[in-house]
Design a protein around this ligand. Structure first.
Ligand code: UD1
Length: 432
């Protein structure tokens, strides 16, 4: 072993759209830690005053400006230090490419920690690489920290469920967002010493940026906000829709059944539908006509035609983070098959209908504003009707207080200082 690195080195992975808002607060917490050290090193005792060297790796799983680049601006994320440029492919091809390219980065950087977030292919691919790396004959390797650990839909046909299970079982530090995660990990035999209930870094981002999102002009662009003679403005009622799960959009009949339920709602209020690239492709493949709404996606993906009753389903390009948060905040209802949006609507107190058979985020139903409706037309319609008339109010889930990332960074620092003081190798191969 050479001279010890004066820095604790953390390598963080982003790959796909839902990763960016989970990582941004962790980077902010690292910067805050480094800022405290440089401002007043003498006053810091425990945890370790070591500064953190941070390396941001983008796998390139998502690569379009609207799916990736714009999020870096909105969330004040630094430019990635390493870009693997992986792009799209089958699950096997994409994951294999991520693994091949990421292995070289871990070997050359030799970080103390690899931090992965969420449940996308980049999460699992990078965790798998790290758990099999060996820097020396003692088998030392970086510790793997999984942020948003323990969530389970119990539906292994979802690629994300497989990614969650594999990532959790090869990780060393499991950062959990809700109490169900602790129980799930316990049921799977994971040692609770590795589990930390820190809260939700996606909610950290939402709490940080929800006021700034008010500066977005997306409601005006979509014709949802009108000015009045006295200079004040009011936002018209509208619904917000997102759909991208293969199980919902890859089958024509299933996709149509969900759309028909939304067409019913669109008779009363405009339904704003920012369309994921996968979904747009399916709309084209299936030759779907989404009915009485205009397809407004163009170079700027917006139009000013929505502000009328029964304006139909209005398609737009995928939106940036601040525009989307602004639209969520002012929506009468959100209909989605996303995981993160169930959490964000819970935090904002906006009624949400999840068009899936299950959720890996039960806290959003237990104390939030979410209803899991399934995907049958009648069930989705019924859930929408109930949610449009629900009493307002929800309880914020435990630890969703904007401090999850700070807790994570504290635990990483403590873990590093314990490891250094005991002079143990980073970790032996195998994670049990
Ligand atoms: C991925 C994640 C999913 C997450 C979603 C958010 C996995 C297994 N899935 O799904 O959990 O909810 O991201 O968006 O990791 N494409 C583009 N531009 C891009 C990216 C993709 O046009 O920037 C197109 C490609 O044709 C690609 C398709 O969209 O084949 C799907 O992208 P992919 O990354 O395979 O999965 P997502 O459906 O986005």
């Amino acid at each position: 072993m050479g001279t010890p690195n004066p820095y604790m080195k953390i390598l963080t992975i982003v790959g796909a759209r839902p990763n960016f808002m989970k990582v941004a607060p962790i980077i902010a917490a690292i910067n805050a830690h480094n800022g405290r050290i440089s401002a007043n090193p003498a006053q810091l005792s425990d945890p370790s005053p070591e500064p953190i060297q941070h390396i941001l790796v983008h796998t390139g799983q998502h690569y379009d400006e609207v799916m990736s680049g714009s999020f870096f601006n909105d969330l004040n994320l630094p430019k990635p230090d390493v870009h693997l440029g992986v792009g799209s492919g089958t699950h096997a091809a994409q994951t294999a490419e991520i693994m091949k390219r990421f292995e070289e980065v871990v070997v050359s950087e030799k970080p103390d920690f690899v931090v992965v977030v969420g449940d996308v292919n980049s999460t699992m691919g990078c965790a798998l690489v790290t758990c099999k790396i060996s820097f020396d004959v003692a088998g030392s390797r970086p510790l793997i920290a999984h942020v948003e650990s323990g969530l389970r839909s119990f539906d292994r046909t979802m690629p994300e469920e497989v990614n969650r299970i594999v990532t959790d079982h090869v990780s060393d530090l499991l950062f959990v967002t809700e109490e169900s995660g602790i129980q799930n990990l316990c049921n799977e035999g994971v040692s609770l010493e590795r589990v930390h209930f820190v809260g939700n870094t996606m909610i950290d981002s939402l709490l940080t940026f929800k006021d700034k999102a008010e500066q977005s002009t997306i409601c005006e662009k979509l014709g949802l906000r009108t000015g009045s003679a006295n200079g004040s403005s009011s936002t018209l009622p509208y619904a917000l829709l997102t759909l991208h799960r293969p199980s919902n959009v890859d089958n024509r009949e299933g996709f149509l059944s969900i759309i028909e339920a939304l067409q019913e709602l669109a008779k009363d209020v405009p339904v704003i539908f920012p369309v994921h690239p996968r979904t747009r492709q399916r709309i084209k493949d299936f030759g779907l006509d989404l009915g009485n709404g205009a397809d407004t996606a163009g170079s700027n993906g917006c139009s000013a035609a929505a502000g009328q009753r029964g304006a139909g389903i209005m398609l737009t390009d995928p939106l940036g983070y601040l525009d989307f948060v602004c639209l969520m905040k002012h929506a009468s209802i959100v209909v989605t098959d996303s995981g993160g949006i169930q959490e964000e609507t819970t935090c904002l107190g906006i009624p949400c209908v999840t068009v899936r058979e299950n959720t890996e985020r039960p806290v959003t139903v237990e104390c939030g504003t979410n209803v899991v409706a399934g995907t049958k037309k009648e069930n989705v319609q019924e859930a929408i009707r109930r949610q449009m008339h629900r009493e307002s109010g929800s309880t914020m889930p435990k630890n969703w207080d904007g401090r999850a990332a700070a807790r994570i960074v504290d635990i990483l620092i403590q873990t590093h200082s314990v490891k250094n003081s005991s002079h143990r190798p980073l970790i032996q191969q195998g994670c049990a």
